[in-house]
Structure formats: C-alpha cells, structure tokens
Design a protein around this ligand. Structure first.
Ligand code: HEM
Length: 160
C-alpha cells in the first residue's frame, strides 16, 4: 500500500487532469485507483504455485512438482487483456486486473488497500493542491531487487 501511495502520487504529479479531477469526485478517484493498481502492479509476482499433477497451459507442459511464478505486471499489460496497457489512462475502466493476484490466495487485504487508496489520494491533492516534483522525474531511483516495485524516495514541494 505504501508503494502504491508513492508511485500513484508520481503518476498523479505527471497527469494534471487526473490530479485536479480526483480532488472532489469519488467516482473519478475510484477509477484512478483501479487504473493505478493495474498500471503500477506493485506486487509484480504472484506467490509461487506448484503443479500437483502434469498440466498443460497454452501448449506448455508443466510437470508435476514444478514451481510456477506468474508475472502479474506482465499479465496486467498484456495487449490481449488490456489494449494499449503500457499507457496510463485515468479514465480507463480497469476491471478484472490482477494487481491483487487471483484465486484462493488472492490478496486478503485488497478491499482495505482500495479503501485506503481511495481516501488518501483525494485527501493528498485537496491538502496540497500545489504539490509538484522537487527533482526531475528522470532522477528518481526505483527499487531493483524487490518483488514489491516502488520508488526509493519521492521528493516533492508541497507549496509554491
Ligand atoms: C495495494 C496494496 C496491495 C497489493 C497490490 C497487494 C497484492 C497482493 C498480491 C499480488 C498477493 C498474492 C496473491 C496471489 O498470489 O494470488 C497478495 C497476497 C496477500 N496479501 Fe496483499 N496486497 C496489498 C495490500 C495488502 C494489505 C493491506 C494486506 C493486509 C492488511 C494484505 C495481505 C495479504 C495477505 C495475507 C496475502 C496472502 C493471501 C494468501 O496467501 O491466501 N495485502 N497481496
């Protein structure tokens, strides 16, 4: 959730229309949050699964006992699933994304995280309407060795 808050804020700072719109529009904020969850997919891999028997998926045999790692970020940007998925679109109705995984081990905190994000982003832009990046975006450092994607720090100016 913390990574989503920082990376989502970065997306907002680069999308002035979305920044202005979510301040007082709950529906726009909810749409923004779903698209940010899809686009950022901060938990990049689902937890490992193990094949309980030989199984064939999309023409590939996975032998019994093998471990399977699913790339959630890959799935969420798959063109067959989301056209033009590499682009952030604050108006996209990003239903059915895999940012919280899938099946019996799907994230148990998903609805809590959604509530927090839907509350926090509008509160942030209402409280600091002049907020902007304090460094050029190209200078930001992103985590390299974690399955939870994130920015190392997000320096901002809150006013003027
Ligand atoms: C934006 C925030 C969050 C994201 C993107 C996220 C994402 C995920 C993902 C991708 C999984 C693996 C699902 C799978 O393998 O199918 C997972 C599992 C899990 N998450 Fe989250 N999560 C978030 C917030 C939270 C919060 C706030 C909590 C607890 C309060 C939480 C608790 C858990 C637990 C307990 C599991 C393991 C579920 C199981 O194995 O049955 N998560 N989460």
């Amino acid at each position: 959730t913390a990574s989503m808050l920082a990376l989502g804020s970065l997306v907002l700072l680069q999308d002035p229309d979305a920044f202005a719109r979510i301040a007082h529009d709950e529906a726009a904020a909810a749409t923004f949050v779903e698209e940010a969850l899809r686009y950022l997919t901060v938990v990049q891999l689902a937890f490992p699964r193990f094949a309980r028997e030989d199984v064939e998926i999309a023409g590939v045999l996975i032998p019994k006992g093998d471990m399977v790692l699913c790339s959630l970020s890959g799935a969420n940007r798959d063109a067959a699933f989301t056209p033009d998925g590499g682009r952030f679109d604050a108006d996209r109705r990003a239903s059915g994304h895999l940012a919280f995984g899938y099946g019996i081990h799907r994230c148990i905190g998903a609805e809590l995280a959604r509530m927090e994000l839907r509350a926090a982003f509008p509160a942030l832009v209402r409280r600091f309407p002049e907020m902007r990046l304090a460094v050029p975006a190209e200078e930001l450092a992103f985590r390299k060795l974690s399955i939870v994607y994130g920015v190392e720090s997000l320096p901002v100016r809150l006013r003027g």
